[in-house]
Design a protein around this ligand. Structure first.
Ligand SMILES: [Zn+2]
Length: 198
């Protein structure tokens, strides 16, 4: 019978994506055995995240500054705007270092099943950004899932009112694939072969 503290930590870790109760318990045991090294490092890293990370009010990225490093970077091309579902997708695309423009994080995707409506996502903010002007191309980089593509089509319709070129990621994305899990080669190919949305 584990102590209340161990149970609480296991339960907290078990809520992390990709971890279940079993692996959470193993992680806790692993940490307890390394309480002077790995546990201290983890605590420091968590404290640093808690104190320094903020959400960028422009694009929705998570960074230590607002506006984030990408939005604040003068070398970034403000005429290209890449729309992604989640911050993890932004990071995945940016790791590939192929897109020199700016990003916009929706914070999810439209889902009739889960009751996610356009106003639940950062879609009004996206439209406002495009309406401000200065954007020539909007790249819709949604996941190649049914909901991702539904979201892309919805956005394409809403963006039609503006004088921008609307493109989306092309072949290379496996059906059902999520950007965050793709290797950089596949991502690179999909980004290079982006095409006007039909
Ligand atoms: Zn930003």
């Amino acid at each position: 019978m584990a102590s209340q503290e161990i149970e609480a930590l296991s339960a907290a870790l078990a809520r992390l994506p990709g971890l279940g109760p079993r692996s959470a318990r193993r992680a806790v045991l692993w940490l307890v055995k390394r309480r002077e090294t790995a546990l201290v490092q983890l605590l420091d890293a968590l404290a640093a995240v808690r104190e320094t990370l903020v959400e960028c009010q422009t694009c929705g990225n998570v960074d230590t500054q607002n506006p984030c490093g990408i939005c604040a970077d003068p070398r970034r091309d403000r005429r290209q705007l890449c729309v992604v579902e989640d911050v993890a997708d932004l990071w995945a695309l940016d790791r590939a270092r192929l897109f020199a423009g700016q990003y916009h994080v929706l914070g999810g995707r439209l889902s009739a099943l889960e009751g996610v409506r356009p106003e639940d996502l950062s879609i009004p903010a996206l439209l406002a950004r495009v309406e401000q002007g200065g954007v020539d191309e909007v790249v819709l980089a949604m996941n190649a899932t049914l909901e991702g593509q539904t979201t892309a089509h919805y956005l394409a319709e809403r963006l039609e009112a503006f004088p921008v070129r609307i493109t989306q990621l092309a072949h290379g994305l496996p059906v059902g694939g999520e950007l965050d899990y793709l290797d950089e080669g596949t991502l690179a190919q999909a980004l290079r072969a982006r095409r006007p949305i039909s």
